[in-house]
Design a protein around this ligand. Structure first.
Ligand code: 13P
Length: 287
């Protein structure tokens, strides 16, 4: 059964570890992540961007697929199905479709409008027992065609949004989606520390988990980050393993063209990536 992310993140914040949000793109992705979380006895959040939602034939299809897998694979660890960077309209659709968590990304609105829309969605989500993530300070980089400029959030704005009753809060601290450029300045721990101080028990969310060095991840967790989003890293691992299979000519040997064989190395690569992250984030055996 899908659960809200609120409870697992409260526990993570108190226990000083983070739960991974891994974005899904298709059946193989979803199965790989669920199986790895179960093997590691870790709570997990499946992230769905609006673009991935469209690709997978809409939110109802995704809810059906994920619920079916949880049952058939015997998944007993807590699983949240979460809309990633949702628009106001997208968030409403996911509330209706049976997601268990949503992110409303109002970071591009003026703060007053971000507050008004966040408040309304909190009520709609709460009525269904769902968690809601809000964002302050756009996350830089490019995701699904949405390009952010990489802001550092204002800690006072974070406090305002946290006080509305959101379940978890994403704050830009120099993190970006996708690969980090060679001249990246790193995470702004000073601002993260201030946000943490002002928002108390609020679980903080770190987007752009791909390519952040392990020491920075650990420091961010020690300063109150309890949810870390990873997307690109699974994509890169999948693509590299698939490339290797094809370049070795394995699709041309016997029944190597069978999609169940052709996609298998990529699936194993996703599993290895998720396992590594769960270990780094400290959520193994916290289910
Ligand atoms: P990466 O693609 O950089 O891992 O970021 C994922 C993310 O933050 C999803 O919201």
């Amino acid at each position: 059964m899908l659960v809200s992310a609120a409870e697992m993140l409260k526990k993570a914040k108190a226990g000083k570890y983070a739960v991974g949000q891994f974005n899904i793109n298709n059946l193989e992705w979803t199965k790989a992540i669920l199986q790895t979380a179960q093997e590691m006895n870790s709570p997990v959040i499946l992230g769905v961007s609006e673009g991935a939602g469209k690709y997978m034939c809409g939110y109802n299809t995704i809810v059906g697929m994920v619920n079916g897998m949880i049952e058939t694979l015997g998944i007993t660890v807590p699983v949240a199905l979460h809309l990633d960077h949702g628009s106001y309209e997208g968030a409403k659709k996911c509330i209706e479709a049976g997601f268990s968590s949503i992110m409303f990304d109002g970071s591009h609105y003026p703060i007053e409008e971000n507050i008004a829309k966040t408040k309304e969605l909190i009520e709609l989500a709460a009525a269904k027992g769902m968690s809601l993530e809000a964002e302050v300070g756009a996350i830089g980089g490019e995701e699904d065609g949405v390009v952010g400029s990489g802001e550092v959030a204002d800690p006072n704005e974070c406090k305002m949004i946290a006080d509305l009753g959101v379940s978890m809060l994403a704050a830009g601290i120099g993190n970006i989606h996708g690969k980090y450029p060679a001249n990246w300045a790193g995470l702004n721990f000073e601002v993260l520390g201030k946000i943490s101080e002002l928002t108390g028990d609020m679980p903080l969310v770190l987007h752009g988990g791909t390519g952040i060095p392990a020491e920075m991840i650990q420091k961010a967790i020690s300063l109150g980050v309890s949810k870390i989003n990873v997307n690109t890293e699974c994509q890169l691992a999948f693509a590299a393993a698939t490339r290797e299979y094809i370049e070795a000519g394995k699709d041309l040997q016997g029944k190597g063209f069978d999609p169940r064989k052709l996609l298998a190395p990529g699936v194993e690569a996703i599993k290895a990536t998720v396992k590594e992250k769960i270990e780094l984030f400290g959520s193994a055996n916290k289910a």
